[in-house]
Write a protein that binds this ligand. Structure first.
Ligand SMILES: Nc1ncnc2c1ncn2[C@@H]1O[C@H](COP(=O)(O)OP(=O)(O)OP(=O)(O)O)[C@@H](O)[C@H]1O
Ligand SMILES: [Mg+2]
Length: 240
């Protein structure tokens, strides 16, 4: 049976989709069977990050509306992937997504549902279809506050197992008290830390130049460590 995680945040642009792709790839490298599901309805991006956009014919909305067999919505790769619908329909809700994913549950070890930012309808769909959630934040107080609100909403929607990932972290601004330190992020959100992903210049450079990194970058190392922690390995929280 797959463990089904929603990847959530308060503010947008904190790295949910990047994390979903990264953690999924890292778990595949550890030999796990992983399905990544885009639930950013109307604003999908995970197909581009996973570089399979040209293979997308059906999305999970098509499967929910019985326009295709559920298996035809899956693009096989590392990880397997299901695209988000391009727009909202009344049937695109948590109950229907959960039922769809339950049909895949036996085939995978992990299913990651990439949510939209904030506490919108797409967020409720992603969280309601999941058993657990991983909340992403950066270490600025606006982002942390909105992450705390998203976590509170996720709890109200029935998520008891919530973990925190602090993304784009840099130690110097935290030491100078320009940004929050790790303990402050944990205290403000009230969520247990799963891992820390450093600000990765290679990733940032790639996103503005289109030049993909071919080396194993600092964020890749962090994704691997977080993946190992998820599988139950005893790995230190912080690597550098
Ligand atoms: N650790 C990191 N270091 C540097 N840049 C990062 C890091 N994580 C993500 N980014 C960059 O931040 C930008 C936003 O990332 P991403 O699209 O994954 O965020 P998101 O939370 O999914 O956004 P949205 O809320 O719009 O769905 C991208 O340009 C990505 O490359
Ligand atoms: Mg995203």
């Amino acid at each position: 049976m797959a463990e089904i995680y929603a990847i959530i945040s308060g503010k947008g642009g904190v790295g949910k989709s990047t994390f979903t792709a990264g953690i999924s790839g890292a778990l595949v490298s550890l030999g796990k069977k992983v399905l990544a599901v885009d639930c950013d309805i109307g604003l999908r991006s995970l197909d581009l990050l996973l570089e399979c956009d040209e293979q997308v014919v059906f999305d999970w909305g098509d499967a929910v509306l019985s326009r295709c067999e559920p298996s035809r919505a899956v693009i096989h790769g590392s990880p397997d992937f299901i695209a988000a619908p391009r727009g909202f329909e009344a049937e695109f809700n948590a109950e229907n997504l959960r039922e769809l994913l339950s049909a895949f549950s036996e085939k995978y070890d992990y299913i990651f549902i990439d949510s939209s930012a904030g506490v919108s309808r797409a967020f409720e769909t992603a969280v309601g279809a999941a058993d657990k959630a991983i909340a992403l934040t950066t270490a600025d107080n606006i982002c942390v506050r909105s992450c705390a609100a998203a976590c509170e909403k996720a709890r109200r929607l029935g998520i008891a197992d919530l973990r925190l990932v602090i993304n784009m972290f840099e130690i110097r601004p935290a030491k100078k008290k320009k940004l929050l330190n790790l303990d402050e992020c944990i205290d403000e959100t009230g969520v247990r830390l799963l891992g820390v992903v450093p600000f990765d210049r290679v990733l940032a450079f790639a996103s503005v130049t289109g030049i993909k990194p071919d080396e194993f970058s600092p964020s890749d190392r962090a994704f691997e460590r977080i993946a190992r922690r998820l599988t139950g390995e005893d790995i230190d929280l912080i690597c550098e």
